[in-house]
Write a protein of this length. Sequence first.
Length: 327
Amino acid sequence: MRICRLAIAGFRGVLQAELRLQGHSVLVGPNNVGKTTVIEALALLFGRERLVRELTEHDFFGSAPDHASRIMIVATLSDFEADDPTAHREWFGMERGVAKWLDAAGALHPARNDPAWKLAVQIGLGARFNLDTLEAETLRFFVDDDSDIGDPFDDETVVRPVRGKALQETGFFLVSATRTWDRWISFTSELFRKVIAATGEVPAAAVRAERGRLWNPAERLEAADGISGIVDNINRELTHFMSASPELQLRLTSTDSAGVLQAVVPHFKHGPDRRCPRRDRARVWHLSKACCYSCSSALPAKSGRSASFSASKSRSFTSRHPSKSVS
């Protein structure tokens, strides 16, 4: 079994992209062209969420998802043993995937009109950001028609979940390496602090201004609907223990200068509206059992620079949410 095609939409810097995968190849390219996006899209799709940091607003294209924003990742799997759907009941059958047939050009057909065509199935992962709970929700499902998937979160959409046992047949491992972009430009970095100290340009005025803003925010978290009642109860209890009757306040940091500096996270602006914090990590991938990936395709929504990706059984290579999976 192998992945022969991967489609990504609305995920990080990729608005819409499709990668065709053939043979063995390697994902190569400079920083910020989408290598990690491809790798972590696969990890999410194949049930390895714990190997990927929790999904946030920044994982949705544009970094500001609304109720209609969706991440969609769809993979086409082929090369099933004997090309016999009845031999792969975790993938095909009632409440499972629809058997399709892949020709040499990569097109899918509902019936096998040529004995050279390969058995294939499509699976997808959809994600949305809940603006009320501030959490990302995901669904993993079989795809009947990738040209008309619809919204898997719509109550009227019939979703057939991909079972965990099927995903176990696509085993691969992700081993952490050392690159952490969010720390090398950070006041938690000793080297960065030494550089600042050497120049004598500690941004004291800006820190004091930010500290003052945090002390007295325009919108107070403790006054928000849904939490104000809890805070009021806590304040009443505090009057029994402390004569000064302090009031509970919720702030984003400890609100001292050190807390403000430690909370600073570097963001990199892409275009007029999109800003992303850098929290990438280089990793080494090992693929095993049924997995092999390949491609030689551009990521059109990134930068126009081409990239290719590969891996094979027993080969390793370098690359760099709470999940509501239905399984």
